[in-house]
Design a protein around this ligand. Sequence first.
Ligand code: CUA
Length: 342
Amino acid sequence: MRLTTRLRMFLRRHQCLRAAALASAAVFASTGCEGIQSTLAPGGTGAQRILDLFWVMLIGAALIWLVTIGIGVWVTRIRRAEYSPRTARALIIGGGAVFPVVVLTALLSYGLFLLPELRAPASADGVRLDVVGEQWWWRVHYNLPGGEAVVSANEVRLPAGSRTAIDLTTADVIHSFWVPSLGGKVDMMPGRTNEIVLEPTRPGIYRGVCAEYCGTSHALMAFSVVVMEPDAFTRWLEQEAAPAQAPSSALAERGRRGFTAQGCAGCHTIRGTTADGLIGPDLTHVGARLSLGAGVLDNDVEGFALWIAATDEVKPDVRMPSYHVLREDEIEAIAAYLEGLQ
Ligand code: CUA
């Protein structure tokens, strides 16, 4: 299929998704309440505690609302009588001052009671992550206990059952790191490092988002969080630390040469090759990630081709230029090379 046709299909699909998102926001039903990006389907300790607090507040608010409306109905419909100034004063002081103080104090105490668990330190022997927000993607470093770092992008992998610390910073504007199914959100502020500690309990794939408006493509800045059994995580990290695979076909080899000739190496690193640019995402194992362009495209040859040829249309205002001047067969070759970086 021609690239222009593919691009048209992609843009049409995204318009449909936008319309669906608006519709689901209006009815508060559909995918918002379940699945991989929901605070109501926790897969970790932090999200579970926040959900507990949510239910306490929701049920408490519903009860208070019922009692308040009940009193209103009682005095206006059921027992319509003149009440003494003493009763009125008791109602105003009791309901307007004493009751809110008691309720808010109880709520504050419950919130403070939950805090130590949410703020508990990370497991001592675990990997420590740095995640840097960029316009509009995520740079991810796994800092191994030995001191080396493995660099990746737009995908965070975590071992189930341990508390992993993630240092959050930004390279440009304020972003906010949020994996609704695993924990609370923490802002990424220029000039400082904030920490979040996540304790996923259920292996699976979750979706993270940027929760702070950060420019044109703020809504196109998602990431995957893959929670793995500890052994599988260790094996994956070893694989991720290894240098890139050599091209396995003539087409991919042509793509590798095209990648170099077009200057892609000036912005991207592919470990084990001469590509050592630091501006864009590390591509050493890009073919093995779950999506492309920070959750925007499927990770396949077609996705790569679309991204290279129409970068700015897929993700408006992105820093990488579109390479629409390349011939389609040149783009397909580079796409095949990148997809092969498993
Ligand atoms: Cu980054 Cu919004």
